[in-house]
Design a protein around this ligand. Structure first.
Ligand code: BGC
Length: 753
């Protein structure tokens, strides 16, 4: 059974029982909050020309201890702690924090929003499903990432939310992690830059952005108990660097600390992570909120830097008040927590420009979702230019598998976006989704393919019987197969193989038709024992509301693919740093049906150990260092045109300036992600190379452009733990440029001091 630790089925159906007595109590509490009209101060902090710090300090001065405490916690979620009667005022999202109406401070209404706004079904609303976050990262296009965030935030605001719980940026140390689709791949510079752009897009709409899960929550199995063992240098240069860049790029106002322990302490009471690194070294001015039921103490968590507990008030409600009154927690700590929350609200504009409810722009959402799906779909194989398909030459097409007649799969858990009309597959017509249902969006590849070739005979086979699928494929000019692997929060994959015998199905169809094209709907890498037997492979990820249209546009060449892999596709699990996923012992888990599970989790489950002893060697750095062949490398992706690289110049300086020429040598327009890697001097003791920059360059057929990538010194440095600082190791650096981590035709060495 999957581990439901804090996430029992009840927990994710956010029940909001509207009982008369609760409403009366609630009104009474609100009235008390509002206070008599004469007590309302003049509110000089509403002057938007003051800085967020000045405004927060003014409000803080006016607040009673009770008001302060009320900002330090959420108001409950079924199954994850006590419910406050005030939760009836929740907007229906995962988190609701009462404001301080007396002082004009609005409530914080938080919603999960990884690839769109969650829980729209049960709230009777509509949200666009963007392609999964990993697909956004595959665009390698920060502008696309900005649009991704801006769209989510517009829909949040239209639904009455002022804070997003999105921005997952845990690195893919463990590709079987059930949340790989929610994250941005395996490289800290790519992932950090992309999540930073998503956050910028969100916060520009006046929504509080949140980056999560800080840190090293890289597998779901045993997430409430696991102790991650990792050395400081490896985490600073990899996992934490992604957060650092994301925050630097965006000033995201919130960071969600994760469920797991890191080097002995829970992340949400880990002084090194929260205070030493985040608040001191990175000068983070926002607030830290716990993942849902990831708080485990009052004094320790508060001193370590946890500002806010979600979703309930197990520690940061009355117990915190008592701890402050008894002197166990100095008032300066909750004051700092509150100041950070207020400051974030002012800085993000949620006080000056509160959300305006409205009808979500469905058509506008479709456009963005489709564009990003087109920019994120990776062409992995294209033998003898099988793609793009030429509609005028095709008479018969077989479309096979993965419910491609009806829909496309989406990622599950708290990222889940609800499809309009309910789950397209089974059971049909449900208004809302349930925790760990496989949810299919009503975007039909079969229909989109038919629309491209109205005169052709396009037949569908479900793929449940490989012989019947192969028989259909045999009669067709081309066979287009859809294959999927579903992922969700709260579980990990057993393996990287496609489930449900799809490998055998693909092999059988490929044997029947030499023009077999496979479209993958996966959250991350899968193994492909049939890769050499098919003529083309497209990675469409979880493609979102308009996935089918995007895939058809790529298949038929209306869109020339431009995406590159943000993570490695290994040949087999045996090649991973940890061939076997570390599973928790039973004592480190709770039962999904245990009503007291949250109490056990809050008290702290016995730890079990994961040792990230591959250290710095995350993703391609591992395969490079260990000299392991991969199926498809990091940074790889084909196009319907070809590119060449020339004229490399590397100029040392504060930033190292790398310039080169990219030429479109084919006969159609395209955009190339030109990637820059660096090999550090041997004395730096680093993996063979790291990505240090890139540029996505649009080029007409035959066109050349000079491209300049400025490489920040930090990206060429190592983290010196003894001095707690980034350090450039003097010596020879080789800069390499090309179209993937394994195809770097340009190379130049420079000496840096
Ligand atoms: C997830 C978070 C999510 C929260 C609220 C947790 O289970 O780990 O990513 O934001 O629930 O739904």
């Amino acid at each position: 059974m999957p581990l439901h630790a804090p996430t029992s089925p009840i927990r994710h159906g956010i029940l909001r029982p509207i009982v008369l007595s609760t409403i009366i109590l609630n009104l009474a509490v609100l009235a008390a909050f509002a206070g008599p009209r004469d007590n309302v101060p003049s509110r000089p902090w509403m002057n938007a020309s003051l800085s967020p710090d000045e405004r927060a300090a003014m409000v803080l001065k006016q607040m009673t201890l009770d008001e302060k405490i009320s900002l330090l916690h959420g108001t409950g979620m079924q199954g994850l702690g006590p419910m406050s009667p005030l939760s009836v005022n929740s907007n229906g999202g995962a988190g609701y924090v009462v404001g301080v109406p007396r002082l004009g401070i609005p409530a914080i209404q938080m919603s999960d929003a990884a690839y769109g706004v969650r829980s729209s079904g049960e709230n009777g609303r509509y949200s666009t499903a963007l392609p999964s976050d990993v697909a956004g990262a595959a665009s390698w296009d920060p502008h696309a990432a900005y649009e991704y965030g801006a769209l989510i935030a517009r829909e949040l605001r239209a639904q009455g939310y002022n804070m997003s719980l999105g921005g997952g940026v845990n690195l893919t140390r463990e590709p079987r992690n059930g949340r790989t689709f929610e994250y941005m791949g395996e490289d800290p510079i790519l992932a950090g830059t992309m999540v930073g752009s998503v956050m910028k897009g969100e916060q520009a709409q006046h929504v509080i952005g949140d980056i999560k899960h800080y840190a090293l929550n890289d597998q779901e199995s045993g997430r409430n108990a696991v102790n991650v063992n990792i050395d400081k240098r490896s985490m600073r240069e990899s996992d934490l660097l992604a957060f650092e860049i994301g925050l630097q790029e965006s000033n995201a106002a919130a960071v969600m600390c994760s469920y797991n322990r890191v080097d002995g302490d829970y992340a949400c009471e880990n002084k090194y992570l929260l205070t030493d690194v985040l608040k001191r070294d990175w000068n983070f001015k926002g607030f830290v909120l716990s993942d849902w039921a990831a708080t485990h103490s009052i004094a320790k968590a508060s001193a370590a830097g946890l500002d806010h507990e979600e979703p309930a008030e197990i520690f940061y409600g009355n117990p915190m008040k008592k701890a402050v009154l008894s002197g166990e927690v100095p008032l300066t700590e909750p004051d700092d927590h509150v100041r950070r929350i207020l400051r974030s609200m002012f800085a993000c504009g949620v006080i000056d420009d509160p959300p305006q409810r409205g009808v979500v722009d469905v058509v506008g959402g479709f456009e963005v979702a489709q564009k990003i799906a087109e920019q994120g779909t990776v062409l992995l194989r294209n033998e003898q230019s099988q793609l793009p398909l030429d509609a005028s030459k095709l008479h018969t097409i077989a479309v096979i598998g993965a419910h491609s007649d009806i829909g496309m799969i989406s990622g599950g858990g708290s990222a889940q976006v609800d499809p309009p009309g309910g789950n397209a597959i089974m059971p049909p017509g449900k208004g809302q989704t349930h925790w760990q249902d496989q949810i299919w969006f009503p975007t039909s590849p079969l229909r989109s393919i038919r629309a491209k070739v109205p005169s052709a005979n396009v037949q569908y086979d479900a793929g449940t019987d490989p012989s019947s699928a192969a028989a259909l494929a045999k009669t067709a000019d081309v066979a287009i197969m859809f294959a999927y692997q579903w992922e969700s929060e709260d579980m990990d994959l057993d393996s990287l193989s496609l489930p449900e015998n799809q490998d055998a199905l693909i092999a059988k169809v490929a044997a029947a038709n030499p023009h077999t094209i496979v479209v993958l709907e996966t959250g991350g890498p899968v193994t492909m024992p049939w890769a050499n037997q098919v003529s083309a492979i497209l990675e469409a990820w979880y493609a979102g509301s308009r996935g089918a249209e995007a895939v058809a546009n790529v298949l038929f060449g209306d869109v020339n693919p431009t995406a590159k892999l943000p993570l490695t596709f290994p040949r087999s699990e045996a090649d991973l740093p940890h061939p076997n996923l570390v599973k928790p012992p039973q004592s480190s888990t709770t039962r999904g049906d245990d009503p007291d599970a949250w109490k056990k989790i809050a008290a702290g489950l016995p730890p079990f150990q994961i040792k990230y002893d591959e250290g710095l060697k995350v993703g391609y750095k591992w395969y490079d260092a260990e000299d392991k062949q991969v199926l498809f490398p990091f940074g790889y992706g084909l196009s319907y045109t070809t590119y060449s690289y020339s004229n490399l110049k590397v100029v040392p300086g504060k930033n190292v300036r790398v310039s080169f020429t990219v030429t479109n040598t084919g006969n159609r327009a395209g955009a190339e992600v030109a990637e820059v890697y660096a090999a550090l001097p041997a004395s730096a003791a680093e993996p063979p190379k790291r990505l240090v920059g890139w540029s996505k360059v649009a080029l007409k057929a035959g066109e050349s452009k000079e491209v300049t990538v400025d490489v920040q010194q930090k990206y060429l440095s190592i983290f010196n733990v003894d001095q707690n600082t980034w350090q450039l190791i003097p010596g020879d650096y080789t800069l390499m440029v090309g179209g993937s981590s394994q195809n770097l035709p340009l190379k130049e060495s420079i000496n840096l001091k």
